[in-house]
Design a protein around this ligand. Structure first.
Ligand SMILES: [Zn+2]
Length: 467
């Protein structure tokens, strides 16, 4: 029985057993109504470039030729009864580099009293989104006009992000949070299933894992029952498309469909740990729409199930941990690569030599961002920088149990973050490819999973998750 039915029965004043039971329910419902443990504020902004900034994520020059739909950035501010706040930003960006997100984070304390640990800046890793700052800078030929356009657009987006966070905080109003989970299966482990074989492997039921097909869902509802936002996640690269048209790839289609189904609500997507997962088969708008629809249906199915309310209380913890490189490159290593047939590697070597010439000393490790947010006693949101492979989500969900969300692609693009298994196997996500991201090394040290797990465990303890 829902609240409205029970209230109507109560008003009828019947003395039957059923109405007594209904009256008891009303008591609960009213008490529940009074206790609205959260405030939530939502803001949205279009981020589609107006000028010819190239599309990001594939190693070539990709000038835009139009748009399928707009690209979006959205922010969800949450405040508990004690005034503790967080802001989660989701976006249709391919990769937000530290050089950009730091410019946002450093403005937030003075403007909105939000410290670094209170804000998570996520990006879907959409490969039909625009270039930003020095993200994947060696992927693209250097053309003066483009360099200036990327700089201009990045500065605009820094301002827009700061304004968006302010708007979300200004919009804080009473809300209830509730969780659910759906499932959809289009993500394929791209390391263990050759792309050309995937249609056959699907037909035979022989796809190999590991995968994470869960679709975690969090709803934000106003006290009158109006749905204000749906946050949802999936572990998969938004690489269905590789053309030159602005588009949010499958998360863009999913968000648009959910917002159409629920007028006025914001649909917000986070890429959970999809570093080694691809939407396969791919490369057509029809497939992209199909995957977006599959994800939207998984969210709608999750919304049809009994939702688990998230009780009050917010705790946050954040740390930059050091991720060591296996071996930092030197001038001799770089000189040998100046004529490399891989143009990304050759551009990287030349740029790194320039940095050495300018007096830069290459660091031996990278500061890696980790977040833990505890919402009530029901939800633990772990935020991790960069392209985390699926093993991280599977590991932390197992370790910390139901209610755990593990988001990759937070705050900083950095590189692939292999698990120990993927590092040992090597290949694209585990091997010698850090140069692609402009790092001063080819590989991470093999112990990074241990370091990350120790970091996450410390933060999770600090927020007091299920002690
Ligand atoms: Zn990627």
């Amino acid at each position: 029985m829902n609240e409205k039915t029970s209230r109507r029965l109560f008003l009828l004043g019947s003395t039957t057993a059923a109405s007594l039971a209904a009256a008891a329910l009303v008591g609960e419902a009213l008490a529940d109504d009074k206790v609205v443990p959260w405030k939530a504020g939502i803001a949205r902004a279009v981020i589609t470039p107006e000028k010819s900034v190239w599309l990001a994520g594939y190693g070539s020059k990709r000038p835009p030729d139009g748009k399928i739909h707009d690209l979006w950035m959205k922010a969800l501010a949450l405040e508990d009864a004690d005034g503790n706040r967080v802001v989660l930003i989701t976006s249709d960006f391919q990769g937000v580099p530290r050089s950009m997100s730091d410019r946002v984070f450093e403005q937030l304390p003075a403007k909105y009293k939000l410290s670094r640990e209170q804000v998570m800046f996520t990006f879907s890793h959409n490969h039909c989104g625009p270039r930003l700052g020095d993200d994947l800078v060696d992927y693209y030929p250097v053309e003066e006009e483009q360099v200036a356009l990327v700089e201009e657009y990045t500065s605009q987006m820094v301002d827009r992000t700061v304004a968006l966070v302010g708007e979300a905080v200004a919009n804080l109003a009473p809300a209830k949070l509730a969780m659910s989970e759906g499932k959809t299966t289009f993500a394929v482990n791209r390391r263990n299933n050759p792309e050309a074989d995937v249609p056959r492997l699907i037909a035979e039921g022989n796809l190999k894992g590991p995968v994470d097909h869960a679709v975690p869902v969090l709803t934000v509802t106003r006290p009158d029952g109006e749905l204000a936002a749906v946050l949802f996640g999936y572990a998969c690269h938004p690489t269905t498309l590789s053309f030159l048209t602005w588009c949010g790839d499958y998360p863009g289609f999913a968000q648009a469909e959910i917002e159409k189904n629920h007028t006025g609500a914001a649909a917000m997507f986070v890429n959970t740990c999809g570093g080694d997962q691809n939407p396969l088969p791919r490369r057509s708008v029809e497939l992209c729409q199909k995957y977006g629809h599959m994800l939207a249906v998984a969210v709608e199915e999750a919304l049809q199930q009994p939702l688990k309310p998230v009780s009050g209380g917010l705790k946050t913890s954040f740390e930059l941990i050091e991720l060591p490189y296996l071996k930092v490159v030197n001038r001799e290593d770089l000189h040998a690569l100046l004529q490399d047939t891989n143009t990304i590697r050759a551009r990287w070597a030349a740029r790194m030599i320039q940095n050495l010439d300018a007096g830069e000393k290459f660091p031996v490790a990278y500061p890696y961002p980790l977040h833990a947010w505890k919402l009530g006693s029901e939800m633990l949101l772990i935020g991790m920088g960069a392209e985390t492979v699926v093993d991280y989500a599977l590991r932390f969900k197992k370790e910390f149990g139901p209610g755990t969300w593990v988001c990759g692609y937070s705050d900083d693009m950095i590189a692939y973050i292999p698990s120990r298994r993927v590092w040992e196997e090597g290949g694209y996500e585990g091997g010698s490819n850090l140069f692609e991201y402009g790092r001063p090394a080819f590989r991470w040290s093999g112990e990074i999973e241990d370091r990350i797990a120790a970091g996450v465990e410390k933060l999770v303890k600090e927020v007091g998750w299920r002690e």
